[in-house]
Structures are given as structure tokens and as C-alpha cells.
Design a protein around this ligand. Structure first.
Ligand SMILES: NC(=O)c1ccc[n+]([C@@H]2O[C@H](COP(=O)([O-])OP(=O)(O)OC[C@H]3O[C@@H](n4cnc5c(N)ncnc54)[C@H](OP(=O)(O)O)[C@@H]3O)[C@@H](O)[C@H]2O)c1
Length: 243
């Protein structure tokens, strides 16, 4: 964003001033000073589970102008509903999910998916210029409803993270005879456990479609297990009849 000529200010509960200084971002410890600054866009990047607490701690009465609120949470109906509830009518709301993070985007954002839903946008110019930041970096821009996103993400991202966490519980590691398939499982495990447990639990607790997918996973696991046990019984029968 800085490379594209934008001015950035940040605030958080912890002190990130050194990192911000290194990146050329002004860091404001005081949320009031942050909200009173002349921000076109306020981009919310907190953990999914802390969003209600973070919004509650923001003195929204301090807003001095019409502002676009955007978020990057990995679930979308949940922040949409909260933002519609707490933000003043005159604030615009853009719900987004960059489908990438520090690992997958370390070499740039080109061809990576960027999902967005214009939940309440009156100031089209500001919204378009915010979206252009991602377009300019070559992201695949996907406009879809928060509901569509959550349905799809429960069946893809939540599933990926759940399987990664299961593999981590199993403590899988590369072996000298690893196949490429197994190596991709090891990579999946390593990639998912790098994300915080807050993020993973948010994917489950704050996406109404995730419970069904967890159930589907359990049912499918049982089906595969039954197929194997059936085969075991068939072989036992063959062995018995050969005796
Ligand atoms: N990681 C990814 O690949 C990725 C990709 C797309 C979207 N996202 C979304 O981006 C957001 C941030 O993700 P993340 O990977 O940085 O990890 P995260 O664990 O989901 O979030 C960490 C952030 O949440 C803040 N936070 C946590 N608990 C808080 C609380 N009780 N009160 C106030 N702030 C709190 C932290 O602030 P402090 O640093 O001040 O403690 C930090 O900024 C999430 O909503 C996630 O779903 C992540």
C-alpha cells in the first residue's frame, strides 16, 4: 500500500511502533487519536473472535467524517452483521477476505484471490480506489455475497485447516521414503499450524456452515473406515472358506 503511495496509520492493543516505524507507518497508541485522524478507510485486521471487543473499545463517536470501514476477517457474515450493528449509518462497509497471508503471499499478491462484498457503499469513489490497491497488485478480484463466501470457505479453507490440525495432532513428519502426496500433507500441517488457534477457532465458531462440514468430514471418515473394515471381513470369509 505504501509502495502505491498511500499514507498508513495503525493502532492495536499491543505496541507495534517499531515494526510500523520500519515500514513507514505512523503508529498511534491512542484509539481516539487514531479515529480522529483524517482516515479515508479504516481497515480492521483483528482476530475473528476479538472483533466485538475491538469494536466496543473504539470510540466511534470520535469519527469526524464519512469513513469506509473494511475488514479482512476470514469469515464474512459475522463481521458484516456486527459492523452493520455498531457503525454509524453514514459509515460505508466493505467486507473483504484476501485469500492469502504472510506465507502464501510472501512473493507478492499476483493471481491470488481477493473476495469482497460491498455491504453498504455510498461513496463509490473511495471504495473503488481501495479495491484498486489489490487490482493493481494483480489479485483475482471476486465479488460475492458474505453468505456465498462463508459457504465456500467452510468447504475449502475450514476443511484445509481442520485436516492440517488433525495431521499436527498425529505429529506427521517427512521420512526418507515420503511420496510427493505425503510431502504435501506435511506442508499442509506446517502451513496451518503457523496460523493462530484464534484464527482456526474463529473459522469454526463464526461461520454457520462450518459445523455441517465438520459433520461431513466425520461421516466421510467413517464411510472410508467402514469400506476398509468390510474388505477385512470379505478376506476373512475367503480365508475361512479356503480352509
Ligand atoms: N493469517 C492469514 O493468512 C490471514 C489471511 C486472510 C485473513 N486473515 C484474517 O486477518 C485477521 C488477522 O489474522 P492474523 O493471522 O494476524 O492472526 P489472528 O490471531 O487471527 O489475529 C491477530 C490480531 O488480532 C489482535 N487481537 C487478538 N485478540 C485481541 C483482543 N482480545 N483485543 C484486541 N486485539 C486482539 C492482535 O492484536 P495485537 O497484535 O495487538 O495483539 C492481532 O492484531 C484475522 O481476522 C484473520 O481471519 C488472516
Amino acid at each position: 500500500m505504501i509502495k502505491q503511495g498511500h499514507t498508513l496509520r495503525a493502532t492495536s492493543r499491543s505496541d507495534h511502533s517499531q515494526l510500523c516505524q520500519d515500514l513507514g507507518i505512523s503508529y498511534l497508541r491512542d484509539a481516539i487519536a487514531f479515529l480522529e485522524a483524517d482516515n479515508d478507510v479504516i481497515l480492521i485486521c483483528t482476530s475473528i473472535l476479538s472483533l466485538p471487543e475491538v469494536l466496543k473499545s473504539m470510540p466511534l463517536h470520535g469519527l469526524k467524517r464519512q469513513t469506509l470501514f473494511a475488514d479482512v476477517l476470514s469469515v464474512k457474515e459475522y463481521p458484516r452483521d456486527l459492523l452493520l450493528k455498531v457503525l454509524p449509518e453514514e459509515s460505508d462497509i466493505l467486507c473483504t477476505h484476501p485469500m492469502f497471508g504472510p506465507e502464501s503471499a510472501k512473493d507478492g499478491w499476483k493471481d491470488l484471490a481477493f473476495v469482497y462484498d460491498k455491504v453498504r457503499v455510498k461513496d463509490e469513489a473511495t471504495c473503488s480506489s481501495f479495491l484498486r490497491i489489490f487490482e493493481n497488485e494483480g489479485c483475482r478480484m471476486l465479488q460475492m455475497s458474505c453468505e456465498e463466501h462463508d459457504k465456500m470457505a467452510a468447504r475449502s479453507q475450514f476443511l484445509t485447516h481442520t485436516i492440517g490440525r488433525v495431521l499436527s495432532e498425529m505429529e506427521i513428519k517427512s521420512t526418507p521414503i515420503s511420496t510427493k502426496g505425503f510431502e504435501s500433507l506435511v506442508q499442509l500441517k506446517e502451513g496451518t499450524v503457523k496460523d493462530s488457534f484464534d484464527l482456526f477457532s474463529g473459522l469454526f465458531l463464526c461461520n454457520r456452515f462450518a459445523k455441517e462440514e465438520l459433520k461431513n468430514l466425520e461421516i466421510s471418515f467413517e464411510k472410508v473406515k467402514l469400506k476398509l473394515l468390510d474388505m477385512m471381513n470379505v478376506r476373512q470369509d475367503i480365508n475361512d472358506s479356503n480352509l
